[in-house]
Design a protein around this ligand. Structure first.
Ligand code: NDP
Length: 275
């Protein structure tokens, strides 16, 4: 049988780095630390080597289709499949950012939602039976409560498709550009809306993979909690290893686990992300 393999996006620092550290300790297979910038990835690898942990490196920018395709081809040719995918890469503009809201909306959705989706579209065909997919979302996806009732109903429609979800995300970007997002029923939170996208996407992916002939593939979303990273300007109270705990728990769910499946978790507990 081919060697098992795990991939963590955006893992040169922060929570992703700690997820790689945890997988190196607990997962029996190769672990890929990935980064959009090669030199940052290599530095992170060196740092883990000094703890006698030996992840491998592959460049991966989830907003660059050529980079995604290289990652897919590499996995296919080297391993013939994929056993763990942790979609951790993400961005957030600082609260005092002077970047116009329209640009923040477009760039944030492009990375956190569209980049995650594009990577999944490329890598899901490689998922082997018993694979685990973890989408690092956020309790910030409770931004949905600030959407109009009509928009909420669209996002929470049990039969929503990926195309319909992508259309909603694009509609939000367009409204942000037109300056009428609030009157159209969308809040002025680019990050929150991007994570609404990730949380809803996870539920759709769960439905799709439950119907897939490959057995026992689980997709779950999670919030790592408020973590001390560059993203939070180091204000978060959790260490990166504490933040990595729930993503690692989900990535390492044993074979034939029935629950959690298609859920959203915080501190290893199933929560409703939309309340
Ligand atoms: P950091 O900013 O510390 O790290 C983010 C990582 O994502 C970096 O490695 C960054 O790379 C990478 N990244 C950004 N854009 C891309 C891209 N286009 N392609 C590939 N990698 C990319 O953030 P955190 O560790 O705090 O966050 C990790 C995840 O957890 C994010 O999804 C975030 O939204 C989520 N989260 C974090 C919380 C927290 O309290 N920290 C709370 C809730 C959710 P680079 O170094 O090149 O910028």
């Amino acid at each position: 049988m081919s060697k098992k393999v795990a991939v963590v996006t955006g893992s040169n620092k922060g929570i992703g780095y700690a997820i790689v550290r945890g997988l190196c300790k607990q997962f029996e297979g190769d672990v890929y630390l990935t980064a959009r910038k090669e030199e940052l990835g290599q530095e992170a690898i060196k740092s883990l080597n000094s703890e006698e942990l030996y992840p491998k490196f592959h460049q991966l920018d989830i907003t660059d289709q050529a980079s995604i395709d290289r990652m897919r081809d590499f996995l296919k040719n080297t391993y013939g499949g994929l056993d763990i995918l942790v979609n951790n890469a993400g961005i957030a503009y600082k609260q005092d950012s002077i970047v116009p809201f329209a640009e923040r909306a477009e760039v944030t959705i492009k990375t956190n939602y569209q980049g995650t989706l594009d990577l999944c579209n490329a890598l899901f065909p490689l998922l082997r039976p018993h694979a685990r997919v973890v989408n690092v979302s956020s309790i910030a996806s409770n931004a949905i409560k600030k959407c109009s009732k009509e928009i909420q109903a669209k996002f929470l429609n049990f039969t929503i498709t990926v195309d319909e979800l992508t259309n909603l995300m694009n509609d939000f970007i367009q409204a942000a550009k037109n300056g009428d997002n609030e009157s159209k029923g969308y809040p002025s939170s680019a990050y929150g809306m991007s994570k609404v996208g990730v949380s809803v996407l996870s539920e759709i992916q769960h439905r799709q993979l439950s119907a897939d002939p490959r057995e026992d593939i689980l997709v779950n979303a999670c919030c790592p909690g408020y973590v001390n990273t560059d993203m939070t300007l180091h204000k978060g109270h959790k260490t990166i290893d504490q933040g990595a705990d729930t993503p690692l728990y989900l990535a390492l769910l044993p074979p034939e686990t029935k629950s959690p499946a298609g859920k959203f978790l915080l501190d290893r507990e199933i929560k409703k992300w939309n309340e």
